[in-house]
Structures are given as C-alpha cells and as structure tokens.
Design a protein around this ligand. Sequence first.
Ligand code: HGY
Ligand code: MN
Ligand code: MN
Length: 421
Amino acid sequence: MAGPMQKNPSEFNPGATLMRRLEALSLFSEGGDGVTRCFATKEHHQAAEMIQAWMRDAGMSAHVDAVGNVVGRYEGTAADAPALVIGSHQDTVRQGGKYDGAMGVVVPISCVEHFNNTDQRFPFAIEIIAFCDEEGVRFNSTLLGSRAIAGTFDMAALETTDNDNIAMADALRAFGTEPNDIPSLARSKKDVLAFFELHIEQGPVLEEEGLALGVVTAIAGGTRLSATVTGFAGHAGTVPMDRRRDALTAAAQAILTVETYCSSKPGLVGTVGRISAAPGAVNVIPGKAIFTIDIRAGDDALRRQAVKDVCGEIETLCQQREVDLTIDVIHESDGCQCAPWLMEQLESALIRTQHPAKRLMSGAGHDGMAMAHITDVGMLFVRCKGGISHHPAESITEADADASARAVLHFIQNFEPLNET
Ligand code: HGY
Ligand code: MN
Ligand code: MN
C-alpha cells in the first residue's frame, strides 16, 4: 500500500513556518522563564484552539476530545480507513522549552498540509493527536491523553486534586469537556495501524555525532514515587540536636541515598525533583517533608530492583532517625520497545532524505509508552542544542526542523502497514 511518491519535493521546505508556529505556541504559557503550559488550563485551551486552526487549514477535521486531546484527521482514499496515528504532547514541564512535545504536533501538521495542497491521499487515514497531559505537572499523573486513547485511563485519577485542591474532573469540566465520556475515547486495535512520534532527543547523542535525526529503539521505563517523612516540629532554639525528629534532615539523607545508589549502577538514573517541608518557618524544626523520586532504566528489572533497594535504604535511615515514612507509587511504566518494522521504515526515510541511519534509545518517557498497549510504536528524534531540555534554553535549528519534516513526509508517503497475515 505504498502511498504516492513525493511530488514537487522543492515545494516542501516548512522550516521557517515550523519555527514560527513553535514560537507562537510557546507564548501560551503561565509566564516566568521558559514555557509552562499545564493540563486543562487557559494556556492549554489557547494552544488547542491554535492547533485546531492549523489542522483545519491543512484539510483535516479537528476537535478536542473528552480528556482534552486535540484530535485531527486527514481522511484516506477510503472512508473510515484505519489510521496511522501521529502525535505528541501539548503540555510542558514548569519553565520548560518550546520544543518538547510541540515538535511532534507541529511537524506532522505541516506534512498533512503539504499532502492537502498537492492532492495526495493514502490508503490509510492520518490522525494527529496533541495529547493533553504527558508531563503530569498539574495532577502528578502522566500520559493522561495517550492512556485515554489506548483505553487504559484510570477513571479514579479524576478524583486527584491539584495544588489548589481542584479535582481533575472539575478542571476538565471547567476546561469544557465531560470526563465521564473518557472511556469512549479508547481506540480499537483494528482502527490504528501504528503510532509514530517525532520528538527532540533531550540528550547529547545526535549532537555529539553530528547528526540531525535518529531512529528510537526503545523508551526507558520509569517509576515515580512520592515520599512523606513525618517527624516532630519543634523550637529551633530550644530542642537539643540529639533530641530532634527532624523530617527535613531525614529527607536530605534520603535524597543523597537516591543519588548514591543510582550513580553506582550503569544505565540507571534517579532524580528528586521536588521537595516541600512543613511548617516551613525559619525557626521551626520541620515536622514533615514530602519529596518525589523518579527512577528510570532501559532495563525494567534493573529499575524495579533499584526502587526496592532505594526504598529499603530510606526506610532504614528513617527508623534510625525515629521519623515515620510513607512512600506512594505515583507512576509506573515499563520500558517500551519500538517495533522493528517501523524502525526499518523510519531508517529508510532517513536514508532517502540524505541522513545516516542512526539508532538510539530514549531515556525520556513518551506517550508511545501508553500507545504501545494498542499498537506498534515508532519514534524519530531531532537533535537539540547541548541535549538541553526541560529548561528554557531548549533549542533546535530551523534546518533540523526542516529536515525532520522532510523525513516524516517521506515516512508517511511510503508507509507500509504491517501485513498481519
Ligand atoms: O519525564 C519524562 O521523561 C517526559 O519528559 N515526561
Ligand atoms: Mn518532557
Ligand atoms: Mn516530551
């Protein structure tokens, strides 16, 4: 089912448009350094409106679904044809960059726009999804949009609350959707031919090897924990050092435990990204400390063992300090192997658009981890400067944006669904 070969290749050079669109999207931010666009917020709504407009200009139908995903569809030559689903996330981390997620939405829209402008249709539909919440910043939950599409959304998550004590269900209704309809978003396997995501590498490999693009082999699995240490608040001036049950110093020792353990095992990474202490007064010994732990590895067994060992070591040090500890798992996702047949087609797209066929793994998590529940997953990475990401300095070049679009265009035009027989 090879689609038509590219017509008038010289007409497709979307680099400048892509950079303009990525810049425009980045303005939908809470303010402060970098880009902060969280799930079911005003900024999300603004981005959804702009993405839908681009989709419609590209000849697609476009709507926002019950969980806040923006879904665009470019019909195939046959009505209701199964779709090649392409997507990434519209949301960002706090004070993040302009390209994490957004690249994987803006680039495929430019490809469909080219198809529409040159009357190209394929024996399959193309669906582009801007997933509502991959980072999980607002509700400590991740992959919300892709889980809804994959049929694995946990409806109990609707009860979780954000820092303002707003429940996810209420946030979605305020956003303008009906969360009770989320289960109906689940796609059936027969309607999805594959899931493909273009994403910045967020690492140094492509830049170090002087490459613009690379084919992803696998996405590392990850476990996110929330640890709560409870000691006893007291007067900073009167409680002797050997009589304290200081929750924050226990947390500090625990944080170094994460770093020491994960530094000792190749292929393992561990991060404590957020900590809070209560009551938070300069002259009060903290009675409570809450911090997050993020542990990842390409090898699921290595990660699981690390989680077990690190939690055990933290439990022991808390006992020694006579403080209480609870640790909750807030996210767990096994690694995801990309499908060989998709890797081959993506490599062919690189080679035929004059790029070496480079393969590399992803230490970062992606929506493909959720989509893998209903279909095969392929990913393409784009070089980013210094591998910097989740930071305002995240950046790519126009030339690499253009190159990524040409490779994606070629991949779609020559996409051969897996022959199931
Ligand atoms: O955390 C991650 O790996 C992704 O950026 N959500
Ligand atoms: Mn990210
Ligand atoms: Mn991302």
